[in-house]
Ligand binder design. Sequence first.
Ligand SMILES: Nc1nc2c(ncn2[C@@H]2O[C@H](COP(=O)(O)OP(=O)(O)OP(=O)(O)O)[C@@H](O)[C@H]2O)c(=O)[nH]1
Ligand SMILES: [Mg+2]
Length: 438
Amino acid sequence: MPRDPLIALVGKPSSGKSTTLNSLTDTTAKVGNFPFTTIDPNRAIGYLHIPCACSRPALPSNQPPAPGEPPPLQKRCRPNHGACMSGTRSVPIELLDVAGLVPGAHQGKGLGNKFLDDLRHADALIHVVDVSGTTDAEGKATRGYDPSVDIVWLRSEIVSWVLRNLMTKWGGVKRRHIAVKASAVETLQGQFSGYGATKAIVIRTLDRVNTKLPLQEWDDAMVERVVNAFVDTKFPTVLALNKIDHPDADKNVAKIARMEKAAADRLVLCSAISEVFLRRLAKQGYIRYQPGGEFVETREDLVAAGERDGGGLKELDDKLRTRIENLRDLVLFRFGSTGVNQVLSRAAEMLGLVPVFPVRNIATFGSGEAGTGAESRAAVFRDCVLVRKGSTVGDVYRKVMGDAPLAFVETVGGVRVGEEDEVGVGRNDILSFKVGRA
Ligand SMILES: Nc1nc2c(ncn2[C@@H]2O[C@H](COP(=O)(O)OP(=O)(O)OP(=O)(O)O)[C@@H](O)[C@H]2O)c(=O)[nH]1
Ligand SMILES: [Mg+2]
């Protein structure tokens, strides 16, 4: 059965990995401004924001009663996990906060070997880069550091780690490869299985390298090329340019953008600390703020807008008011949000994750007890699972229902779909599984 996707946050110490994790979850990982605050790998559930099926006007009985009104299904959408706000659904996804990596990590520097091992099961990486330039390569406080070099050395540490693991055994690998007359795909799959590499990943790796040379004839440079291609295939990486609230961030971001021109879609600007701050103030009743949103409203704003009791919000002192003003100007107004949700969405896009909505009743999209009169008014789209692009209806079934025998599967309109049909956004992504013999 395919595993649930796992996204790992990597970066040097103090780049803001734990803060980013906190900004995407409800847990509070230990945050500090000194290196190596995170000692153990820290798993948490983050929330990926996606357009929910309940807001699709093309679904039967989902025409809005009047223009501007929410469609009827949206009012009855009740996720079992996460939430759905005005058609934007937050779907749980597993995140891993890897402790800070430093140059030389693959040789064990700063416990690097142990930390790199935590990456084995990651499907995608979020490299949290401190673009304020106020921390050096080891995460120590400084001024005017050039963060563009972090992007280069961190990737090369990952490559060196995989390369070293492979090269220590390469002689034996080659001999065995010849003895059992294996294909390059088979041999490499065996070697890369410890990183959770599937056959498809190995095939894509070799496509990238594009060599006709048999494996036993590869020289060191060729093995290194293969490992580079493997790292790019196995660990698609989003660069989260964090701390954009800092005055020195602009020039560093500009430099990185020039450097990454060919892969600009993997850059996302963010200020994790702003998101954590805003969510905390909202929880404490000082502001109105939708996580990841563009706007912050204070009591004064709401009073000015005619809400008599200021929405029940608390009064802000001068210090808080100034901080919120700055955050509005420096982050929300300039960038449209704190950017953290986009970081996660971009990682999910790179992974090609498809949200699928299994329902019990394909006519009502409900998942409660079938057949009751209340069914048509009951909660809808209770479940949503994330699967990889290229997954089939059968893959989703096994993920959701396990080994139970499958009779047939229906999608919207009661249309039968085959077990081998692929799922995709807007196609075979609302499914009703009938268990038992066909
Ligand atoms: N200005 C600013 N500071 C931030 C931001 N995000 C994190 N920080 C600060 O950076 C410091 C390090 O943050 P952490 O989240 O602990 O960093 P880390 O990458 O988890 O560090 P290690 O666990 O040591 O590897 C803390 O003082 C944070 O408050 C941000 O968006 N802007
Ligand atoms: Mg940390």
